[in-house]
Design a protein around this ligand. Structure first.
Ligand SMILES: Cc1cc2nc3c(=O)[nH]c(=O)nc-3n(C[C@H](O)[C@H](O)[C@H](O)COP(=O)(O)O)c2cc1C
Length: 347
């Protein structure tokens, strides 16, 4: 399937149906820049924030920043593009919370593959309470690497998350308990393969640990103070961090593979939008989401995930979904780059 096929570039949740069906409206530059600032809160692999926003008149362009691509861990740019997709979804919800229905053209110019999306807006509408709630949720979201509680996840909510993902153009394959054991094997193997590679270890050390005051990477405060006793291991960031761990587990967690029809840049971008949409919806239902990418990064273990999908599609990310512990304070927010390093306003 070609990257510009209408079937996978269809409008989603808060998007207008097409460029033709509405008269474009001039969104004030300030609203587009504000949306780009909200997008800066989005999750990204190792907190690399591999995006740059260009506000020009009434359009907002999203560019991939290759200097912040993980060249060892992510040579294809799959995780980079998924990360940019989460930022795109954050920008969309920020515009929706201002009453702007968006029109997104993904990968609009084959000659410029780093131009991932171009967003404009339709005529302003009333703001819905749902749009405001989503924006508020984006402001409090964070990655929580602690174990989950023993409260089971409501299957009705999982079904709802599957629908949310599908609306964004990617799908969730929910694993049975037996599959979670196989997943645990794949995740541990991925960790071992990556750990044996000195280049990989060097890249990880560059992005993780310390206080990260300069605004990039995963700080100690977000990394567990000891490896959580879970069946499926989270990423081993090397030295332990300072995030306190209570005696939970992942027995009641639901594991799911985020996947799509093809392993292409467009599919990765949409998977990122789906990740953001699923994550925010999960929070609204009292759940935590932890993305796990090591098993996708290593080709052999990615094949194991492909087998678990049994021909359904291409795996992009593993998600752990569970009920967090409301009795303990969660990790603090991770730092972000100053807006003037990620947003360019073209007069
Ligand atoms: C594509 C992608 C892959 C990620 N993979 C992992 C992972 O394997 N393990 C992990 O602990 N966190 C993972 N994360 C979470 C990021 O480390 C996190 O989003 C980033 O450090 C910013 O922190 P925040 O989410 O708390 O804002 C991933 C995030 C994204 C978007």
């Amino acid at each position: 399937m070609n990257e510009h096929t209408p079937t996978t570039n269809e409008p989603t949740a808060n998007e207008s149906p097409s460029n033709e069906s509405i008269a474009p409206e001039q969104a004030p530059t300030a609203d587009l820049a504000a949306a780009a600032r909200v997008a800066g809160l989005a999750p990204s692999i190792h907190n690399t924030q591999p995006w740059r926003w260009r506000v020009s008149g009434s359009t907002l362009q999203l560019w991939a920043v290759r200097e912040r691509q993980l060249s060892i861990t992510d040579p294809l740019g799959r995780m980079l593009t998924i990360s940019c997709g989460t930022a795109l979804h954050h920008a969309r919800i920020a515009l929706a919370a201002e009453g702007w229905p968006v029109v997104v053209r993904r990968l609009p110019d084959p000659a410029q593959p780093d131009l991932l999306a171009e967003t404009s807006v339709g005529p302003r509408t009333d703001v819905t309470p749902e749009a405001v709630r989503l924006l508020q949720t984006a402001r409090v979201r964070r990655t929580d690497r602690r174990p989950v509680s023993d409260t089971p996840v409501d299957p009705v909510v999982i079904e709802q998350l599957r629908r949310v993902s599908e609306r964004e153009g990617a799908r969730l394959h929910v694993l049975r308990r037996d599959d979670a054991i196989e997943l645990a094997g794949a995740a541990s193997r991925a960790q071992r393969v990556e750990g044996m590679d000195p280049d990989w270890a060097e890249e990880l050390a560059y992005w993780a640990g310390g206080d990260r005051r300069h605004g990039l990477g995963v700080p100690d405060s977000a990394i567990p103070s000891q490896p959580p006793p879970t069946t499926v291991p989270d990423r081993d960031f090397g030295p332990t961090g300072t995030l306190p761990i209570w005696p939970g587990h992942d027995r009641e967690a639901v594991y799911a593979i985020l996947y799509g029809d093809e392993d292409s840049a467009l599919a990765w971008l949409r998977a990122g939008e789906a990740l953001s949409a699923v994550w925010l919806d999960a929070i609204l239902h009292g759940l935590t989401v932890l993305p796990l990418s090591a098993a996708v990064e290593v080709p052999q273990t990615r094949q194991a995930l492909q087998r678990m999908l049994a021909g359904l599609g291409e795996p992009f990310l593993v998600l752990r979904i569970g009920v967090g512990d409301a009795d303990h304070v969660g990790p603090p927010h991770t730092p972000r780059l100053p807006a003037d390093q990620t947003i360019e306003i073209v007069p």
